[in-house]
Ligand binder design. Structure first.
Ligand SMILES: Cc1cc2nc3c(=O)[nH]c(=O)nc-3n(C[C@H](O)[C@H](O)[C@H](O)COP(=O)(O)OP(=O)(O)OC[C@H]3O[C@@H](n4cnc5c(N)ncnc54)[C@H](O)[C@@H]3O)c2cc1C
Length: 407
């Protein structure tokens, strides 16, 4: 592998608050997206450092519920340069993904600093300034790869539920044994909600609230999965892109539509004893209230009502009124040198997935590399860039990223 990717980063600690560390590029977030752009920057010999809030690489996967297995087969779970080490049509567990990400960092010697949460990203006229507690970093480029599925989206009325009801979300639910006795209302009938309801209903009365999202007719891991997934993946990553009229047409709808069920089917949910109920619309006397007026007497509510990213630490005018970045293929058009990665449908339907993030990462690394000609900055930060050399830099209307409903 080319050069010491972390060079340019100085680790002196005595005067952390006063002497910022400088790196040509700082990547915020060391999940799959941050690692993938790290791989491509290192290949081009560009210095960078990856700052990550978690204690260990892979923790965002480790935190997810115990029984979670990927919805995408191993064949499409590899990051650039390293296939996922499992049979092509097996479905790795979340802990296997975490291990794979750790192995990826080791294999390519990526400079990840764990335990560094960036709490402010700003610009001081000369470059980007990142604050992480007492530490300060400076960078000419910043890639924000902090995850599209960071925060569960929970309706405001959840605050009115009786404090005696345990409230969880997919990031805090672990397994049925950790739940109190009594009924469970799972709100949101996408893949997370359906899988959690299916698991919980073995030991507790379980209701799954929300409209049927449909299901994929092909059985995960079955013969038709092997036949149909490759062309579907090709279509989702090559045709459903923002560079293509079909992709541009599909994108707004795809961003707001809950994905159909992949593994657990509606019939299996019913056979297992999960009772489907309408939407949860509010509370009455501290209990969940359904659209049809029913009040649910339950001990636990698990909110599976989707996820959203969190860019509240960015102190720059690059987000819209909903706090979501305005970008084109991950490039913040209003801020030269600032990039986003790993967002839902960033450039393609597969952009936020393990097997899809690599292409966007390569594109962003290419753009960063193109800012340096003969190793001298070709474009001063803040000044207009020279015309980008990549096909992907063709002018297209900027995208407004939207929160995705559910995985
Ligand atoms: C339930 C569920 C199931 C999924 N299943 C699949 C699947 O089967 N196949 C698939 O391909 N994808 C799947 N995904 C989607 C996607 O692959 C994952 O969400 C993946 O974790 C996204 O990787 P990421 O690097 O973009 O973000 P994350 O994994 O969330 O990593 C972001 C990193 O940024 C760090 N960070 C955040 N904020 C800061 C900050 N301010 N400063 C420093 N560090 C920060 C975090 O600590 C974290 O390590 C699933 C997602 C969910 C929620």
């Amino acid at each position: 592998m080319t050069p010491r990717a972390g060079e340019g980063v100085h680790t002196g600690r005595s005067d952390l608050a006063t002497t910022p560390e400088h790196s040509e590029t700082v990547v915020i977030g060391g999940g799959q997206a941050g690692l993938a752009v790290g791989y491509h920057l290192a290949r081009r010999g560009r210095p960078f450092v990856i700052l990550d809030a978690d204690r260990r690489v892979g923790d965002s996967w480790r935190r997810r519920w115990d029984s979670l297995r990927l919805f995408t087969p191993a064949r499409y779970d590899g990051l650039p340069g390293m296939p996922f080490p499992a049979p092509a049509f097996s479905y790795p567990s979340k802990d296997e993904v975490a291990e794979y990400l750790e192995a990826y960092v080791t294999a390519f010697d990526l400079p990840v600093r764990n335990g560094v949460r960036v709490d402010r990203l700003s610009w001081d006229g000369d470059g980007y300034v990142l604050a992480a507690g007492e530490r300060r970093f400076r960078a000419d480029q910043v890639v924000v790869a902090t995850g599209a599925y960071r925060c569960p989206r929970i309706p405001a009325f959840a605050a009115d539920l009786d404090p005696g009801i345990l409230q969880l979300d997919p990031n805090r639910y672990r397994n049925p044994a950790r739940l109190p006795d009594g009924g469970v209302l799972v709100v949101g009938a996408g893949n997370s909600g359906a899988e959690i309801a299916f698991e919980v209903c073995g030991t507790r009365p379980t209701w799954l609230s929300g409209p049927d999202t449909g299901h994929i007719p092909v059985r995960t891991g079955g013969r038709w999965d092997r036949v149909l997934t490759p062309p579907f993946w090709w279509f989702a990553s090559r045709v459903l892109t923002v560079q293509n009229p079909i992709g541009r047409k599909v994108r707004p709808k795809a961003l707001t539509t809950t994905a159909p069920l992949e593994r657990v089917r509606p019939k299996e949910l019913a056979n297992a004893g999960v009772e489907r109920v309408p939407r949860t619309v509010g509370t009455r006397d501290g209990s969940p209230l359904l659209e049809d007026g029913r009040v649910m007497d339950v001990a636990t509510v698990i909110w599976c009502t989707g996820f959203r990213p969190d860019f509240s630490f960015i102190d720059l005018p690059v987000t819209d009124r909903e706090g979501l970045p305005v970008h084109h293929r991950g490039v913040a058009e209003s801020r030269p040198g600032l990039y986003f990665l790993g967002l839902w449908f960033l450039s393609a339907f597969t952009s936020s997935l393990l097997g899809g993030v690599g292409r966007d990462a390569e594109h962003i690394a290419e753009l960063i590399d193109a800012r340096y000609v003969d190793d001298r900055p070709a474009a001063a930060i803040g000044a207009p860039r020279p015309p980008a050399v990549t096909r992907s830099a063709m002018p297209v209307k900027p995208n407004r990223m939207t929160a995705h409903d559910d995985i």
